[in-house]
Design a protein around this ligand. Structure first.
Ligand code: SF4
Length: 731
């Protein structure tokens, strides 16, 4: 056993804080590494409690097999399991493409594991979605604007920011160490601005909080774009020198009514003049001036988003007040993981680019990802599969699925569809440290295992303290982690079993079958498209993605092949702004029902799609169960008091949760109508120490162009519930 502290890294979020581990027999002490540039000795509760999870009795320490129709696990050997999987893969190899097995992988896996899984996918011709459920939407948006997936999270650089805008993130809970840097910058006179529907803990520490109606972020950004253009709050030098904004397009290159495709600007350049009416910049500005927001941006923001004119003026002052001061933009999943998340995040990046902040110390766009190796996975998965990565919904209609280090059953929108797809698989392999909700889908509440014929294998993975590996954190630091303690039980690294399965591809299966050398993809690699085979099979018919009709594309030479793009809220049809309602729920008539906009939120005690942290007793004490947060106004309308049960309905399901009545949930005045909001705590399920209904089950399916199954804002109804309050509830 080691006698001196050993360095390792925290696996619970994209910051990758440094840890010092001192192990003396069974006593394992964890401390923050004072030399680490991100956390400098500090840790949040999740990181500090990491070692306690290693010996949890809930850990999966042996291979488990669930035969078709069985109601319990059987223990099996690794050899038996790998032979079984090889047989399944061989049988799936000759199937038509939509039926072939699919592979999903989480963004907390090490780079070594991702590479091994990518090879496994190549060997067996499996479509794969490695890291698809992490920050893929936000990373796409930044990449398409600036040509890189995200700017490095450089802590010292925040101290040079004059304004930090956190949009759709709650780092006080999700990334507490990042919050320390934001507060340090605020203490050095940086303005700290938070845009979020709720008065979160992060918003409570802000100089300026902009509450907006959930799901209307794109409209607020459109108003800001209009304000920026009308004020001339644009860094012309940056745009002219560092982008293609000054390129002039040939008239003949633009047939009437046709959108200029990305790259067209390059081909039709005849000169570079920012003020030329035919320049890319002038055309972009003209499109913004045509927006209804241009007449009166403050009024537009109030009517569309419920943002008061005073707050809008304060936000404009913070963002455009001094165009020489750098603004750091921090984007969270609250912005990206909504129906129009890709368009909203891209528009926000465009607004940031107008100011030229990326060229200044203290500027930049930072994506707060939830998984430890999101940078590494994004890089590698993109290299391997481009835009064509499948997601959890793509399981539907397939023969089998391999799901590694990921738990889509607690975060995928319209969860019942995912469960339905899992029920219809011939086989399913889940690799995790825990028996998570995805592995145990057949024993979820309300399911009858006898009617589910899916064979399931649960492969035990090593704990982060038992595994040597590499990951890339939000700061772009490639960090090496050494194994400090021996594996518990029969846990085995992904790279080990994935490599063995890949090797088996040369001998397994039908020898006459074609052995392809590249992964089969499920969608053509177009940047924005709508609809996917699997979703259509599920009966979902989403409206087309918002594709700009009149805005030319711009390439940013500063960073590579990024493009500017102008999605406008006002150019979308109403049904594109809102949820897809296939059917409305039947609402009770014997009690008051309130229509609300709902947001799915996560607690600070949760990470890694939660089953990991829901197995850690001290974290469970702080977050024993889910709840629905609502205002005292809504509670009074429902006749519900603190802790009493509330039923939340949507077009996709209903769940019963205890009420947490707070003053953090403002209502929004939209025209004549007052819109109330609620927040439903997500990332719970039926496994682990803390259990409860899954909030994502209420959310509508996502727009396939987002490449992410998670959806955080949707329309819902609430009423009082007669269901008994669970013993583990918090309020
Ligand atoms: S969870 Fe994130 S913020 Fe907390 S210690 Fe780990 S890496 Fe740092």
């Amino acid at each position: 056993m080691p006698q001196h502290p050993k360095q390792t890294i925290c696996p619970f979020c994209s910051l990758g804080c440094g840890l010092l581990i001192e192990a003396r027999g069974a006593d394992v002490q964890v401390a923050g590494d004072p030399a680490h540039p991100i956390n400098r000795g500090a840790l949040c509760a999740r990181g500090a409690l990491l070692a306690r999870s290693r010996t949890s009795p809930l850990r999966a320490t042996a291979v488990r097999y669930r035969p078709a129709g069985a109601s319990s696990w059987e223990q099996r050997s690794w050899d038996w399991a790998l032979d079984r999987i090889t047989g399944w893969l061989a049988a799936g190899r000759t199937l038509p493409a939509p039926r072939r097995p699919v592979m999903l992988g989480g963004a907390a896996l090490d780079c070594e594991d991702i590479l091994a899984l990518a090879r496994l996918a190549t060997a067996w011709n499996l479509p794969h979605g490695l890291g698809a459920a992490s920050v893929s939407t936000a990373a796409q948006a930044v990449q398409r604007t600036y040509g890189i997936p995200t700017f490095d999270f450089a802590p010292d650089d925040f101290l040079r920011s004059r304004t930090i805008v956190v949009w759709g993130a709650n780092p006080a809970e999700s990334h507490p160490i990042a919050m320390r840097w934001f507060l340090a910058a605020r203490d050095r006179a940086a303005r700290f601005v938070v845009v979020d529907p709720r008065l979160t803990r992060t918003a409570a520490a802000a100089d300026l909080h902009i509450p907006l109606c959930p799901g209307t972020d794109l409209a607020l950004i459109e108003a800001l774009l209009a304000e920026a253009v009308s004020r001339g709050a644009v860094n012309r030098q940056f745009l002219a020198e560092r982008s293609d904004a000054a390129k002039v397009l040939h008239e003949k290159s633009e047939p009437a009514g046709a959108a200029a495709p990305p790259g067209a600007a390059q081909a039709s350049v005849e000169t570079e003049r920012l003020d030329d009416p035919r320049s890319v910049w002038q055309r972009l500005a003209a499109a913004i001036r045509r927006s209804p927001a241009a007449d009166n941006p403050a009024d537009f923001a109030q009517r569309q988003c419920g943002v008061s004119k005073n707050r809008f003026a304060a936000l404009c002052n913070a963002m455009f007040g001094d165009d020489r001061q750098p603004i750091a933009l921090v984007v969270g999943n609250g912005l990206a993981q909504q129906r129009l998340g890709l368009a909203a995040t891209r528009s926000l990046c465009l607004l940031h680019a107008f100011g030229g902040h990326a060229a200044r110390p203290g500027g930049g766009v930072h994506v707060l990802g939830s998984d430890a190796n999101v940078r590494g996975v994004w890089q590698m998965a993109n290299d391997a599969a481009g835009d064509a990565r499948p997601w959890a919904s793509d399981i539907a209609g397939r023969k089998g699925a391999i799901i590694v280090g990921e738990n889509p059953a607690v975060c995928t929108a319209a969860t019942s569809r995912l469960f339905d797809a899992l029920d219809r698989l011939r086989w399913c392999v889940v690799a995790d440290l825990w028996e998570n909700e995805t592995a145990a889908f057949w024993r979820r509440p309300g399911a009858d295992p006898a009617t589910i014929s899916t064979e399931v294998l649960l492969l035990p993975l090593p704990h982060p303290l038992e595994l040597t590996g590499t990951s890339i954190n939000a700061a772009g630091m490639k960090q090496r982690r050494e194994a400090i303690l021996p594996p518990v039980g029969d846990a085995r690294a992904v790279r080990d079993f994935a490599s063995r399965l890949a090797e088996a591809s040369s001998t397994g299966g039908d020898d006459n079958a074609t052995k392809p050398t590249v992964p089969q993809t499920v969608r053509p690699a177009k940047p924005l498209e709508s609809g996917s085979t699997a979703l259509h099979e599920l009966g979902v018919d989403l409206p087309p993605s918002p594709v700009p009709q009149q805005s030319p594309a711009v390439s940013f030479r500063s960073c590579g092949s990024g493009e500017l793009w102008l999605p406008l809220w006002s150019s979308l049809a109403v049904e594109e702004r809102t949820d897809v309602f296939e059917h409305l729920p039947t609402l009770p008539t014997d009690r008051p029902v309130v229509s609300v906009l709902a947001g799915v939120v996560r607690l600070g005690e949760h990470a890694l799609q939660s089953v990991f942290t829901r197995a850690m007793p001290w974290l469970v004490e702080m977050a024993p169960g889910p709840f629905v947060e609502l205002s005292s106004v809504v509670a009074a309308q429902l006749g519900v008091r603190q802790g009493e049960m509330v039923r939340v309905f949507s077009a996709h399901g209903q769940i019963d949760l205890p009420a947490m009545v707070t003053r953090r949930m403002p209502a929004f005045q939209i025209g004549e109508r007052k819109i109330e909001q609620i927040a439903v705590v997500g990332l719970f399920g039926h496994c682990g120490l803390a259990t409860g209904p899954t909030a994502s089950s209420l959310a509508p399916p996502s727009d396939p162009s987002r490449r992410c199954d998670i959806q955080k804002a949707f329309a819902a109804w609430v009423c009082r519930s007669d269901v008994r309050r669970p013993p583990n509830s918090l309020p």
